[in-house]
Design a protein around this ligand. Structure first.
Ligand code: SAH
Ligand code: SF4
Length: 379
């Protein structure tokens, strides 16, 4: 089990309890903002100005909205918060990965991770992995979040503010990519997920290309079909993890509702309709789903066109699994690519800070139960 590196526990971002009881302005779309500002007897252009301050300049506080009149800033501050939550802890990995535990207004805690990388062309990237729910109801056996159960859906503002937080942290290296692969099942929180995609790609906001956004799902077929008709250009990732119904149902209970004969055609239709390559996620579990016979079954299952298999090294949780040895992972990948099925092994990042989804929260809980956990620095 990897031990976390020293953990930084900063002061809360908004320590004022009166402020944290307010609704969050990041949950208002432009139309809602217009209504709020009309009520405050402000001209309509102010709504756009406020939207840009929140979603493009990433102000993080009303005080920083220096282009707004002071009386308007005060009026807004009385009614809305400008950020969605407080930073509880941040863990920094040797490889530059930053993982945060955030506390939301109602006390729910969620995780978010920023992963720096260099593209094949040499460009600097910063990918943020966002949570879409506090916990998850899907109960996948290998997933730390799945073992917590679902507390609640996040709002669109709570989703995008995970990205904005890293943007505020280092304005010269803002996030360039967002993957919806943190805690929770994005398509079980469909409306907020799609709203977050639209906010992140808004020309009045961070204006991230939708091609740089990836939504990952455990396989909710009706929502995959609905997503295909949203006219978005995002990448869809399907968490597959097994080539047969029997094994997949064992690892992922959702397979009992939506078996492979429904899931794979829905994913293939998504690819056809959007022209975007679907990414099939496959966490390699030693002796469970990593035999070459299973690689052959995967080859028979997946379409060659517009498919990519992402082989993921397993991050240890409390579950009884272990990671596939690297040599076997390469053999598995080579079997797929030899059959013209595109496949890569994902580089494991932030291992030293328990970067698998749900793990920092679990570690932090253990840390609180034990007054001085090894490897962490309580305040
Ligand atoms: N609920 C969505 C998105 C969040 S999980 C989904 O399941 O797709 C993001 C990815 O992390 C999924 O592919 C999931 O299967 C994978 N994952 C979960 N636990 C993991 C672990 N312990 N090690 C490696 N990957 C894991
Ligand atoms: Fe939920 Fe995804 Fe974890 Fe499954 S893998 S329990 S769907 S977060």
């Amino acid at each position: 089990m990897n031990r976390p590196l020293p953990i930084i526990r900063p002061a809360a971002l908004s320590a004022d309890p009166a402020e944290s009881a307010l609704p969050c302005a990041l949950d208002l779309d432009q139309a809602a903002l217009e209504a709020v500002l009309a009520e405050l007897r402000e001209p309509p252009y102010r709504a756009r100005q406020v939207f840009r301050s929140l979603h493009q300049r990433l102000v993080g506080s009303w005080d920083a909205c220096t282009d707004l009149p002071a009386r308007l800033r005060m009026a807004l501050a009385k009614r809305y918060r400008a950020v969605s939550g407080d930073l509880v802890v941040q863990a920094l990995s040797k490889d530059g990965t930053r993982k945060r535990l955030l506390r939301l207004q109602d006390g729910q805690e969620i995780e978010t991770v920023a992963i720096p990388a260099t593209s094949p062309e040499g460009a600097t990237r910063l990918s943020v992995c966002v949570s879409t729910q506090a916990g998850c109801a899907m109960a996948c056996t290998f997933c730390a979040t799945g073992r917590m159960g679902l507390a609640r859906n996040l709002t669109a503002g709570e989703i995008v503010d995970q990205v904005y937080g890293f943007g505020r942290d280092d304005p010269d290296h803002r996030p360039t990519h967002v993957v919806f692969m943190g805690m929770g099942e994005p398509l079980a929180n469909y409306a907020a997920t799609v709203a977050a995609v639209r906010l992140l790609s808004s020309p009045e906001g961070m204006h991230l290309s939708q091609r740089r956004l990836t939504v990952s799902t455990s396989g909710l077929v009706p929502q995959i079909r609905r997503l295909a008709s949203e006219k978005l250009e995002i990448t869809l990732a399907i968490s597959l993890h097994a080539p047969t119904d029997a094994l997949r149902a064992e690892l992922m209970p959702i397979n009992q509702r939506f078996p492979l004969k429904e899931l794979i055609p829905a994913a293939a239709d998504y690819a056809r309709k959007t022209g975007r390559r679907v990414s099939y996620e496959y966490v390699l579990l030693n002796g469970v789903n990593d035999s070459l016979t299973q690689a052959d079954a995967l080859i028979r299952l997946l379409p060659r066109q517009l498919s990519h298999v992402n082989l993921i090294p397993y991050n240890a949780t409390d579950a009884e699994y272990s990671a596939t040895p690297p040599a076997r992972a390469r053999e598995f990948r080579d079997t797929l690519t030899a059959a013209n099925l595109s496949a890569t092994i994902r580089a494991s990042r932030g291992r030293d800070i328990a970067a698998a989804c749900g793990q920092l929260k679990a570690e932090n809980r253990r840390g609180r139960a034990d007054a001085s956990p090894e490897g962490s620095t309580p305040t």
